[in-house]
Write a protein that binds this ligand. Structure first.
Ligand SMILES: [Zn+2]
Length: 476
C-alpha cells in the first residue's frame, strides 16, 4: 500500500470511528433525554393529579389495621382487587396463601410493685405470637435486667423470674434500619433464651430511638422443646424507669396480664395485578409492598405507604401513556409481619414457572420503609448490574435522590433471591430518621404520613420501574 492510499485509509477509518462515537453518544444522550422527560412527566402528574394520598386514607381510615388472618385483612384484599381493576390492570387475581391467625385481644397491663408496697403502672403490649399469661392468675415475679441474650447463659438466678431486655437501638448509626436490625434479637429470640434459663416471662424494650411511653409490638418466636413464656414489649421510658428501680430495689416484683391467643390458620392471599408486556410478556418485573400490618394503629407507614406507592405506579405509568416492554406485576403481599408466607409462596410459584419455561422473573422492587421523603434506592443484585444501576443516578438528581447503593431490597421480595436466575432487586429508600417513632405502634396512622412526601415516593418508584423495564438487558 502506498503512502497516499495509506493516508486515505486512515482518514476513512477515522471518519468511521468518529461517526460511531458520535452516533453512540447521540443515542446515549437521546435516551437520557427521553428518560428524563418521562421521569419529569411522572413527577408532574403525581404532584398535580396524584390519587395516592386519598387511596391511603381509604385503606387506613376505611379498613384500619389488618393483621394476617383478620377480617380486616380480608377487607383489604377486596379493597386492593377493586382499586387495581379501577386502574385498568390487564388482569387481577388473588394468589392463595395459608396464613397464621393470632389476636392480642383486649388485655395487656403491667405494674411494678416496689418492696415498700409502692406501685407504678407500666406501658406494655403483647409481642406478636405470644402466649397469654396464666388464666385467672396474673404473672407476678421478681425480675432480672440484661442487655444481651448471651448474658443469660450459665446463670442460676433467672429461674422463676421475668427478664427485662433493655438494650437500646444504637444511636450512632445513621441508618436507623441497621440500628433496628442490631437490636431486634432481643424481641425475636428473647423468650426462647429466657425460657431456657428458667424465666417465666419477658419484657422487651421497644425498638425505637424515641423516649416515650408507647410500646412497639413485632414478631417474636418460640422454639420446639422450650417452654413458651409470655412476651411483651415495654415502652422505652418504662424500660428505663424499671431498670433504675431494679438497681435501687432488686427485690421489686412485676405483675403482668395478657389474653392474646393463637387461632387456626386461615386462607387469604397475595393480591396480584398484571400489565402485560408488549415485547417480552414472559419477563416479569415485580413491584410491591405488604398489605398486612400489625393490629395496632392503622399500618399507615408500615406498609400502607408501600401498598399505595405500588398502586400509584400503575396509575402513573398509564397516565403518561407508557407502554411496558416486560410484564409488570403489582403485588400486595400478605403476611410479611408474622411469617412472610406471602413472599415465600410468590417465590415458590416463580420458581415453578421458570422450571416449566413459562416465565422468568427478571426484576423486583419493594417499598416497605415508610412514606417519608425518598432519598434513593438500594440495589440487591449480582455485580454485573451495578454499573447500569449507577448510570441512572444522574436522572434522579433534580428530585434530590442521591442514595444509589448496594443494600437490602425488601422482606416480601427477599425469597426471589434464591431463584436460579437471580433477579435485579431494588428497595425504595425513604428518609428513615422518624420511621421507628411510628413503626408497629398505635401512632402508625394516616395523620402521620405527609401527602407530598408520599407522592414523591410513588414518583421515585414509578420512575425506577420504568428504567428497569426499558433498560434491563433481555434474557436469552
Ligand atoms: Zn413492613
Amino acid at each position: 500500500m502506498n503512502q497516499l492510499l495509506c493516508n486515505l485509509h486512515h482518514a476513512t477509518l477515522l471518519l468511521v470511528v468518529n461517526l460511531l462515537i458520535f452516533s453512540t453518544s447521540f443515542s446515549q444522550s437521546s435516551t437520557y433525554k427521553n428518560d428524563s422527560v418521562l421521569i419529569r412527566s411522572i413527577y408532574d402528574d403525581v404532584l398535580v393529579n396524584g390519587e395516592i394520598y386519598e387511596n391511603l386514607r381509604s385503606l387506613t381510615k376505611g379498613i384500619g389495621h389488618r393483621l394476617s388472618g383478620s377480617h380486616q385483612a380480608d377487607q383489604a384484599m377486596v379493597w386492593g382487587v377493586d382499586l387495581l381493576k379501577k386502574y385498568e390492570a390487564d388482569n387481577v387475581f388473588v394468589m392463595p396463601v395459608t396464613v397464621p391467625s393470632w389476636s392480642r385481644n383486649d388485655i395487656a397491663n403491667a405494674r411494678v410493685i416496689l418492696s415498700g408496697g409502692k406501685e407504678e403502672t407500666l406501658h406494655i403490649t403483647a409481642l406478636g405470637g405470644s402466649v397469654q399469661t396464666p388464666k385467672d392468675n396474673p404473672l407476678r415475679a421478681k425480675i432480672i435486667v440484661v442487655k444481651h441474650l448471651d448474658e443469660l447463659k450459665g446463670r442460676d438466678d433467672v429461674n422463676g423470674k421475668i427478664v427485662l431486655f433493655n438494650r437500646a437501638m444504637d444511636p450512632v448509626l445513621i441508618n436507623t434500619g441497621a440500628a433496628y436490625g442490631g437490636a431486634n434479637d432481643q424481641r425475636t429470640f428473647g423468650a426462647i433464651e429466657a425460657a431456657k434459663a428458667g424465666a417465666v416471662g419477658v419484657l422487651v424494650r421497644s425498638l425505637t430511638h424515641s423516649l416515650d411511653t408507647i410500646p412497639h409490638t413485632g414478631a417474636m418466636s418460640y422454639e420446639k422443646g422450650v417452654p413458651r413464656i409470655p412476651a411483651a414489649a415495654i415502652s422505652t421510658v418504662d424500660a428505663r424507669i424499671l431498670a433504675q428501680f431494679f438497681k435501687e430495689d432488686p427485690n421489686l416484683e412485676v405483675e403482668f396480664t395478657m389474653n392474646c391467643r393463637k387461632y387456626h390458620d386461615v386462607e387469604q392471599g397475595n393480591v396480584v395485578a398484571e400489565w402485560i408486556g408488549s415485547e417480552h410478556p414472559n419477563e416479569i418485573i415485580t413491584l410491591g409492598g405488604h398489605l398486612d400490618s400489625w393490629d395496632i394503629g392503622e399500618g399507615a407507614h408500615d406498609d400502607g405507604a408501600g401498598i399505595v406507592h405500588t398502586i400509584e405506579t400503575l396509575r402513573l405509568l398509564k397516565a403518561i401513556d407508557y407502554t411496558p416492554r416486560r410484564t409488570l406485576r403489582f403485588v400486595l403481599f400478605i403476611n410479611e409481619e408474622n411469617g412472610n408466607r406471602g413472599g415465600k409462596k410468590y417465590a415458590e410459584i416463580a420458581s415453578q414457572e421458570f422450571e416449566r419455561g413459562e416465565k422468568i422473573y427478571i426484576a423486583a422492587m419493594e417499598s416497605d420503609a415508610g412514606g417519608f421523603s425518598p432519598r434513593g434506592f438500594n440495589l440487591d443484585a449480582s455485580d454485573e448490574y451495578y454499573d447500569l444501576f449507577k448510570s441512572w443516578e444522574k436522572l434522579f438528581e433534580p428530585y434530590n435522590l442521591y442514595h444509589f447503593k448496594r443494600g437490602w431490597a425488601g422482606v416480601d421480595i427477599g425469597p426471589l433471591k434464591k431463584l436460579e436466575h437471580r433477579p435485579f432487586m431494588v428497595g425504595l429508600v425513604p428518609d428513615g430518621q422518624r420511621y421507628f417513632d411510628f413503626h408497629h405502634t398505635e401512632n402508625d396512622i394516616f395523620e402521620n404520613v405527609h401527602k407530598r412526601e408520599l407522592e414523591l415516593g410513588a414518583a421515585a418508584m414509578a420512575s425506577m420501574i420504568m428504567l428497569i423495564d426499558k433498560h434491563l438487558p433481555t434474557t436469552k
